[in-house]
Design a protein around this ligand. Structure first.
Ligand code: AMP
Length: 288
């Protein structure tokens, strides 16, 4: 496995792969890798000849009061994990390599899709994500890029960005990987103290409750949200709900009824840790 720290090294490596006729898969991450990330590498290996994992804590997607400086960083463990899962290369640039200190005058923004859900409380976040992913697409030129459904809105936005800007890359979205008790795996779970960690299972429980209500009764979306809020208040009394939305799975607009496929998305703060989760449910009884 090769470790590449500069854009030029990365480009040369990709050039060699393409010359040898190998397809390239990219799994972009911010490190502190867990089984959720590993599932992206596994999927990429199944579809592509050579897999690149990028590890870059992207400063421009963090707001001024967010956790950039304390975001978990475990570079050696990450490299070992990538090697164990047979990644062909890891792209690990510095901040200055991706954003030279002379400043950046270009941003990539996907309008409207980035204004709701997490975007409403995190202004500029998705512009930061789109800008770094656009750069990664141009640097790595992957045939396919792999993202997790854990960040449902992010995957939706990036798919749209790739389509609108004609990036010659196929976006593949992989299922959410969960701990045994249902908590969606996240690099941020390490922030949770043991009692908070136990309370955090309420996110998935509230989604399961929503799925049950929708598949059995198809109630109005507002009733489902009210039941989820009650479930969270009972299971995690100290938690703060940032949002719960039931949206159209494609355009992310709020729906009023639950008799079509919907995405139920939520963000909850437990202490100072903000956790997100989601579930796609078909009110007609299909997908989940
Ligand atoms: P991050 O390092 O948190 O920026 O995540 C990098 C990629 O891994 C994103 O596409 C995430 O959606 C994906 N990912 C993170 N956690 C999970 C999970 N529990 N299951 C599936 N994919 C995940």
């Amino acid at each position: 496995m090769e470790i590449l720290n500069t854009i030029q090294q990365m480009r040369e490596w990709v050039g060699r792969q393409k010359q040898a006729g190998r397809s390239v898969g990219l799994a972009p991450t911010m490190g502190a890798l867990h089984e959720g990330h590993m599932s992206l590498i596994d999927a990429a290996r199944a579809f592509c000849d050579a897999v690149v994992v990028s590890i870059f804590v992207n400063p421009i997607q963090f707001g001024p009061n967010e956790d950039l400086s304390k975001y978990p960083r475990t570079p050696q463990q990450d490299l070992d994990a990538c090697k164990a899962r047979s990644a062909a290369a890891v792209f690990m640039p510095t901040g200055d390599e991706m954003y030279p200190p002379d400043g950046r005058l270009t941003d990539v923004t996907v309008r409207r899709l980035g204004d709701t859900l997490c975007g409403a409380n995190r202004p500029g976040h998705f512009t930061g994500v789109c800008t770094v992913v656009a750069k990664l697409f141009n640097i790595v030129q992957p045939d396919k890029a792999f993202f997790g459904a854990k960040d449902y809105q992010q995957a939706t936005i990036l798919r749209r960005m790739a389509a609108d800007l004609d990036f010659p890359v196929e976006i593949v979205v992989c299922p959410i990987i969960r701990e045994a008790d249902g908590l969606a795996m996240s690099s941020r779970n390490v922030y949770l103290a043991p009692p908070q960690r136990r309370q955090a299972t309420v996110l998935h429980k509230s989604l399961q409750l929503a799925r049950q209500l929708i598949t059995e009764k198809r109630p109005p979306a507002s009733d489902v949200i009210a039941a989820m809020r009650q479930c969270i208040a009972a299971g995690a009394p100290g938690a703060t709900v940032d949002y719960i939305h039931i949206v159209d799975p494609d355009d992310l607009t709020d729906v009023q009824t639950t008799d079509t496929p919907v995405c139920i998305a939520l963000a909850v703060r437990i202490g100072t840790t903000r956790l997100i989760d989601n579930m796609v449910v078909d009110g007609g009884g299909g997908r989940s």
